[in-house]
Design a protein around this ligand. Structure first.
Ligand SMILES: [Zn+2]
Length: 739
């Protein structure tokens, strides 16, 4: 049972001795793992062997996106050296360190991790830049519920694991839920989304003044709380249903990757779809002297209490509900239970209490820099959040260990005198779990520099939860992502990652779009930086629970080969982005994305997307194709462009991503500045193309005519800029000054 007060006082590393022994037993069990003694297992076969294994052909080996032909061989050699330096065993050691204690943002223990990680990266020869912010972070003091009618039961939650919970584990809580003490009737609202409430209304079941029971899934959890708040609910209880991530899916932790009966999904319920980052400083870095709004004025802080429960503890609340059975689609997999909506009357009641230590706390990102030698103003960023709810072995120990491993490999190369062409920045973000806070504040602080010179941001969050490699990215990075997947071996060693991805996809994959839910959000939507995110997917049943631990890692990656490959994917992306003569970004993909999105909008809203768009999109598509062709021709030509010329063109290419930005922002969500892509405010996670026009046409926000005109004008500007790109590249090929 959790008893920590959550204020982050240092309790050392002992905690409850029984709990400590339990953790040690787990670690000892893991230490007998057969780990690769060297990097051997994780190292791809040499280039010659890859073709035979179904990897790239020799023709493919001769070209690399963004590189002049004469530089490809040296780049390949650099990459082979770097890949051979990755070490799964070292990553295992790093994961053991990371999971030794919880890494809840704002706690003393997590701050100590900052110093350890910063020191480790500094020892590799990287420069550590300061990046600390004072943010609103209410850690929980109390969070529980008791059933009061028809009979008393609880309090819940009960013990989360099969042993005593260590004292430094934060109690199950919903981050940023309001403090509250309410005793009220219970109702079950399925997933707590608008359609579910429509049914409740049709059935005449009241929600106002009630405590809503809603199961996870179908949306970001904060969307559920806002829907309940809008309808006057007194409070919300979110529970994990075994139908979604528990025994109904397969063996549960520690025997399998699924959620056990007592494991609770903690998580923020802040209304981050309005803006990410510190709730009190929207659009401003939360530095010490920043102007802050009052918490009671923050539009993203919920006004009602909320508590998450494991299915084991939700069962006694659900079983209290009377009335007819809920519809089949509302039935979950809790054993021996017919899910009922309830009557919303006194026949089923509960007492919900939440209390937090609401105050500002300091958070800190680890920013490690390896300055570029050839194009130092151009930056390639890679990052992962370093905070977690509890031990966070997968979320996001895996990402943190990947970034640290990059530090080791890049540091080893640097110790031999190597320097990247572009500046490489590794970021370990704090307080991602609360509202992408560390990354958002960093982006808000450095937005001018990022817009001036950022080439790309690669995000790594929970990179290993299974075997299925996949990636999402900005359209301009699709080709690079596929090229990297082509050039690394599959986990089986048979074929490439791309072959594996293609087979699973049933054809050539197209990397999906990015919405929100991790730290790429601010880079993409506020700074207009091309972003990518990848991982080996599977099941993370104990997501945000005590059981996302080393036993989970042992289940999904017993030999650490997936983690090692994850580091290799990040490394290849980093080295190609950093070393290419021109940034490996393609504008045709962006233009195609716009064309497809407009086609889809037109189909969804017949007659409401004006015909003029067709001409604007055609202009953009053909200008983008000319720009890509001209850049490729320059790289392939006999002309030897100066670094100055390449730098100028490189900034144009990287800056092409910023052409979708409008600092006026989206209607109702001014923080979101990208007109081409945003987060869906409907589910809070998904990607939304052409968000201004799409939401206006859907009647969610904004005027369709205004948004249509704004987008139309922007597409014409983008087409003109692409034509300029093509002219500049052609001039450079012809030996003229590209500027
Ligand atoms: Zn995460």
């Amino acid at each position: 049972m959790t008893s920590g007060d959550g204020t982050g006082s240092c309790r050392g590393r002992s905690g409850d001795p029984r709990a400590r022994r339990w953790v040690l037993a787990r670690v000892l069990a893991l230490s007998t793992l057969a780990l690769p003694a060297t990097a051997g297992d994780a190292t791809p076969a040499p280039a010659g062997a890859r073709a035979a294994a179904g990897g790239p052909t020799s023709t493919a080996d001769a070209t690399l996106l963004g590189f002049r032909p004469e530089r490809v061989a040296a780049q390949r050699a650099l990459e082979q050296r770097a890949l051979a330096l990755t070490d799964g065993q070292r990553m295992f050691g790093e994961l053991l360190e990371l999971t030794d204690r919880p890494r809840l943002a704002g706690t003393h223990a997590e701050r100590e991790e900052f110093f350890r990680l910063a020191h480790e990266l500094q020892e590799q020869g990287l420069r550590i830049d300061p990046s600390a912010y004072q943010v609103w972070l209410p850690l929980p003091l109390e969070a529980r519920i008791e059933r009061t009618a028809p009979s008393s039961a609880g309090p819940f939650p009960g013990p989360e694991g099969d042993g005593p919970t260590p004292e430094d584990v934060v109690m199950p809580c919903s981050g940023y839920a309001a403090d509250g003490d309410v005793e009220a009737p219970l109702v079950y609202a399925n997933r707590g989304l608008p359609d579910d409430y429509a049914l409740l209304e049709a059935l005449g079941v009241p929600v106002e003044g009630r405590i809503v029971l809603a199961r996870y899934g179908g949306s970001y959890r904060g969307v559920k709380v806002r829907e309940a708040e809008r309808r006057g609910a007194a409070g919300v209880v979110l529970f994990s249903d075994p139908a979604d991530d528990g025994f109904a899916k397969g063996p549960v932790h520690p025997d399998g990757p699924w959620r056990p009966a007592g494991a609770v999904q903690r998580g923020s319920v802040v209304y981050g779809f309005l803006y990410p980052g510190d709730p009190l400083t929207p659009g401003t870095p939360a530095l010490r002297d920043a102007e802050r709004i009052d918490p009671s004025d923050s539009p993203i802080l919920p006004r009602i209490p909320c508590l998450p429960l494991a299915w084991r503890d939700a069962a006694p609340l659900l079983s209290a509900l009377g009335g007819p059975a809920a519809p089949p689609a509302w039935q979950g997999a809790i054993p021996d239970l017919v899910y009922r909506i309830g009557r919303g009357d006194d026949s089923a009641r509960a007492h919900l209490v939440t209390r937090s230590a609401a105050r500002t706390r300091e958070i800190a990102n680890v920013i490690a820099v390896l300055p570029g030698r050839r194009f130092p103003e151009q930056r390639v960023l890679l990052g992962a959040h370093r905070d977690s709810w509890v031990y966070g072995a997968a979320d996001n120990g895996g990402g943190t260990a990947t970034i640290v491993e990059l530090g080791h490999v890049l540091g080893a190369l640097a110790s031999e005198g190597w320097r990247p062409d572009r500046t490489l920045v590794l970021g370990l973000w704090d307080a991602e779990e609360w509202n992408l806070i560390g990354s958002t504040e960093y982006v808000e602080e450095h937005v001018d520099a990022l817009r001036a010179g950022a080439v790309a941001y690669v995000n790594i969050d929970s990179p290993v939860t299974g075997d299925d490699f996949g990636a999402s990215c900005s359209p301009s990075l699709r080709e690079l992502v596929l090229e990297v997947a082509r050039d690394l071996p599959a986990l089986s060693g048979d074929g490439s990652l791309l072959d594996d991805w293609t087979a699973r996809n049933g054809g050539p994959p197209v990397p999906g779009g990015l919405g929100s839910g991790s730290d790429f959000g601010p880079f993409l939507q506020y700074a207009g930086v091309a972003c990518a995110d990848f991982g080996f997917g599977g099941a993370l049943g104990p997501y945000h629970a005590l059981q996302d631990d080393m036993a989970y890692v042992h289940t999904v990656d017993p030999d650490m080969s997936r983690h090692a490959r994850s580091a290799q994917v990040a490394l290849l992306l980093a080295l190609r982005l950093a070393q290419a003569d021109l940034p490996p970004l393609t504008q045709s993909s962006t233009a195609g994305f716009v064309r497809d999105a407009l086609t889809a909008l037109g189909a969804a809203h017949p007659g409401r997307v004006p015909d003029e768009f067709a001409a604007a999109v055609d202009a953009l598509v053909s200008a983008a194709a000319r720009a890509d062709a001209a850049m490729a021709a320059l790289l392939a030509s006999d002309a030897t462009p100066s670094d100055e010329t390449l730098h100028t063109l490189g900034l144009r290419l990287a800056g092409a991503e910023r052409r979708g930005l409008d600092d006026a922002g989206l209607p109702g969500r001014p923080w979101f500045r990208h007109l081409l892509v945003s987060t869906s405010p409907v589910d809070g996670y998904g990607t939304l193309a052409l968000p201004g026009l799409a939401l206006a046409l859907d009647g969610v926000d904004g005027d369709p005519k205004t948004e249509g005109l704004r987008l139309y004008a922007r597409l014409l500007e983008m087409a003109a800029a692409c034509s300029d790109d093509a002219r500049a590249a052609t001039a450079a090929t012809d030996g003229d000054d590209a500027r």
